[in-house]
Design a protein. Structure first.
Ligand SMILES: [Zn+2]
Length: 347
């Protein structure tokens, strides 16, 4: 059998001498004498002017094969539909699967989109149908604890707070932890980093029910929540403030102490403050704290512990660099730290 030249070159040479204007494939640039037979029929309003897709059959097959290599057959077919504004449907795909036509699979598919049932549909219909059939996304709902409604009658929680932070983990989460370990447990409540707040209600429940709970490091910067916690559980567990700017007040109100990042830099100051508060010398404690507010503000002007690590370097206690995603101190924060430390004669 003699070699048959490829259809494209056949067409090219044949068309050159015939009809004008020519039909060009927008991908390969080949000129054809007519659309029919060389470009698939399209009923998409995108191609209303010609009634055909602007890619020749060969190009469509090539593009499809490229997608098949990357995406597999079915997804390749859907992607082609998206590109060509054809209706994508699982049922047409199933028909292609079943048929044994001589056309390539993609041309087989395109042919079936032109049967009467699908003729007016485009990829917009696909998107509409997929959106209509999509499973609604359920927000996870924490189960309501027995007796929780009563507890909430005691101190009403501002709905705006719950809306913002969510209700937090449910009691079972902590109770399970309590059963699995045999070590003292300290709650670390830091919602601005974890996006989950432990409410005073939850803490009160856990204080009653957990075997291993010994205290909380409270970093929610709401004084109202902290005070509520101290009032309800402060005599049973160790309430420790984790917020520099609230801790003197909270210790005066009954917090047992504080867990302070800045205590790395000025441990003696915090020991003194704690001692003064225990001796009911609250004003002296406040005055002493007042001297260090600019340093502490500088420390937290960027994400802790970047500025703190810089400060530790300055006092000769190098603590290494920050680990990603935390970033090292900026020049501005470093300058502010250094100035504050100089004024306090820490360096
Ligand atoms: Zn082409």
């Amino acid at each position: 059998m003699a070699d048959t030249p490829k259809r494209r070159s056949q067409d090219k040479s044949a068309d050159t001498a015939t009809t004008n204007p020519k039909c060009y494939c927008v991908r390969c640039g080949t000129a054809f004498s007519r659309k029919k037979g060389y470009f698939p029929v399209s009923h998409s309003p995108m191609y209303r002017g010609s009634g055909h897709l602007p890619w020749c059959n060969d190009c469509i097959e090539e593009m499809y094969e490229e997608y098949v290599r990357d995406l597999g057959d079915k997804e390749a077919m859907r992607r082609m539909c998206m590109k060509m504004d054809l209706y994508w449907s699982e049922s047409i795909y199933a028909m292609v699967e079943r048929s044994a036509g001589t056309n390539s699979r993609i041309r087989n598919y395109i042919g079936k989109t032109n049967i009467i049932r699908y003729i007016d549909k485009t990829f917009d219909d696909t998107l509409r149908e997929e959106a209509a059939n999509a499973e609604p996304v359920d927000r996870f709902q924490f189960p309501v604890q027995e007796g929780e409604e009563d507890a909430e009658d005691d101190i009403p929680t501002d709905p705006a707070i719950v809306e913002f932070w969510g209700p937090g983990f449910d009691h079972d989460f902590y109770m399970e932890l309590d059963q699995k370990v045999d070590i003292p447990l300290l709650v670390y409540n830091i919602p601005y980093r974890t996006c989950v707040n432990m409410t005073a209600d939850t803490l009160a429940y856990l204080t009653e029910h957990m075997k291993h709970l010994v205290g909380i490091k409270e970093c929610n910067n709401s004084p109202a929540q902290a005070i509520d916690m101290i009032r309800r559980v402060g005599s049973k567990i160790n309430f420790l403030s984790g917020e520099e700017f609230l801790s003197v007040m909270l210790m005066a109100l009954g917090a047992k102490g504080a867990v302070m990042a800045s205590a790395n830099l000025i441990p003696d100051v915090w020991v003194k403050i704690h001692h003064l508060v225990r001796e009911h010398q609250t004003q002296e404690a406040m005055d002493l704290f007042g001297n260090y507010t600019e340093l502490i503000a500088a420390m937290f002007s960027e994400t802790n512990p970047g500025p703190l690590k810089y400060g530790m370097d300055l006092i000769g206690v190098p603590c290494g660099s920050t680990a990603i995603p935390l970033t090292p101190v900026s020049d501005a924060a470093a300058g502010r730290m250094k100035k504050a430390m100089q004024e306090l004669q820490l360096i």
